[in-house]
Write a protein that binds this ligand. Structure first.
Ligand code: GLC
Ligand code: MG
Length: 416
């Protein structure tokens, strides 16, 4: 987390399935709204944390399936695994802490005596997490009996029921809430406690997140029965927990506004893209959005659009296409005259990830980010380096643009 050398303005900790990711929305509209908001207004000085029940295997699978941005920290396997950054460096201190009063073999031995417990897939059995499926009507009695047995064998465990089907057995010190508390303590020790923290969830394993002192919480509108029940029994009068009226990531955006945690207007919700007060990051997000709308024919086809694009490019600027071909940026922009509406009626979406602005000199920024395109099932991405400048004008000028294919990305056609 060395990217930030002072306290993050907002630490946003979100569950993934049915919270950040809406599995009932094939268009991914709320997720894409969130992505644009985060990259334009929060990425530079805030921290994004994903906290999921998924193992690293299923987490990485979800990242391939859905248009997700990259978190600063990933908490996986119900708070039993913490990793940092893009390269997912594990937190070994956390692993050591979880080894206390935990013996996975004993858990497996004892749980196998309960016929009601159906083991989950092998990928979801982790060093500090043993997981099953159990019918709703059996969940309570099994939980009670099992915790008695394991206590009798000297283990200190936590049993969590989520989504009306999943039962996880973890070390007692684990869980999403404990993992968050551990991170908060770590940041405190480093002298960088977040100014605000917002936890977002929808199911049983998220309840702990809302119990951490000083944390705002949002239960998305589509929250599961077991979480709502936990809330009515334990936190009904806590004004810092909101049950949103909007689903999934839209509920998160709603909560940012409700608790006054910062700007909550996604660039995707702004129809008229103004140039005033724009930051370099917002500029990058808006540029990608504008090109998406142009290709989906969602904005008017005018000569003015191309002229406007060309006006933002430095006459002598260079564009290095991922194929390696080199163009003059201004001349290259003419290509947009030919592709208007080429993605009309298709599920074509673009999003930018991990936008990082570094000021090189007054009015000049080096921008680094990844840009993705999704068209139906097909997904392509480029790593982008560009230089933006804003000197005597109200708008930003594109000085230089260099793109290279992202690893594992299908190559082929790519405009910009
Ligand atoms: C995810 C995990 C599963 C776990 C569930 C609830 O679905 O894959 O193992 O039981 O979350 O925590
Ligand atoms: Mg969930």
């Amino acid at each position: 987390m060395d990217r930030l050398n002072s306290s993050p303005r907002l630490m946003l900790v979100s569950d993934l399935d049915h919270t950040m990711v809406d599995h009932h929305d094939p268009e991914n509209s709320s997720l894409l709204r969130f992505n644009a908001l985060w990259e334009a207004h929060y990425r530079q000085d805030s921290l994004l944390v994903f906290s999921t029940g998924r193992s690293p295997t299923l987490y990485n699978q979800l990242r391939k399936e859905k248009p997700m941005i990259t978190p600063d920290i990933a908490i996986m396997s119900v708070g039993t695994e913490i990793t940092y950054g893009k390269s997912m460096v594990p937190d070994d201190g956390w692993v050591q802490f979880l080894n206390q009063k935990w013996d996975k073999d004993i858990v497996i031995e004892e749980t196998s005596k309960f016929p009601e417990l159906k083991p989950q897939a092998e990928t979801e059995q982790r060093p500090h997490k043993v997981s099953f499926y159990v019918q709703k009507d059996k969940a309570q009695s099994v939980t009670q009996a099992l915790s008695k047995v394991l206590e009798g064998r000297g283990l200190n465990v936590k049993i969590i029921y989520s989504g009306g089907i999943d039962l996880d057995v973890l070390p007692n010190g684990a869980g999403k809430g404990q993992a968050l508390a551990y991170l908060l303590k770590k940041f405190e020790t480093e002298g960088k406690p977040p100014l605000n923290t917002l936890a977002c969830g929808d199911s049983g394993n998220d309840a702990e997140l809302f119990s951490i002192p000083g944390v705002y919480g949002v239960m998305v509108s589509n929250a599961q029965e077991e979480l709502l029940q936990w809330h009515s029994e334990n936190a009904k009068d806590n004004p810092n927990i909101l049950h949103a009226s909007e689903r999934c990531a839209s509920g998160i955006i709603q909560a940012i506004g409700h608790f006054n945690l910062g700007l909550n207007l996604s660039p995707r919700d702004v129809s008229d893209i103004g140039r005033e007060d724009s930051s370099p990051s917002l500029e990058i997000v808006n540029f990608a959005l504008l090109l998406e709308k142009w290709r989906r024919a969602e904005i008017e086809n005018t000569e003015l659009f191309i002229a406007g694009l060309k006006a933002t490019a430095l006459p002598s600027g260079t564009y290095i296409h991922p194929s390696g071909s080199v163009y003059n940026i201004k001349e290259y922009m003419n290509i947009f005259g030919k592709v208007y509406g080429d993605k009309k009626g298709k599920q074509f979406r673009t999003w930018v990830d991990d936008v990082l602005a570094t000021q090189l000199a007054p009015g000049t920024w080096l921008m680094k980010f990844n840009k993705w395109e999704l068209c139906g099932e097909e997904r392509k991405g480029c790593a982008v380096t560009s230089i933006l400048s804003k000197k005597d004008s109200d708008w930003y000028t594109l000085v230089h643009l260099h793109q290279t294919w992202l690893e594992h990305s299908g190559q082929g056609e790519w405009l910009v």
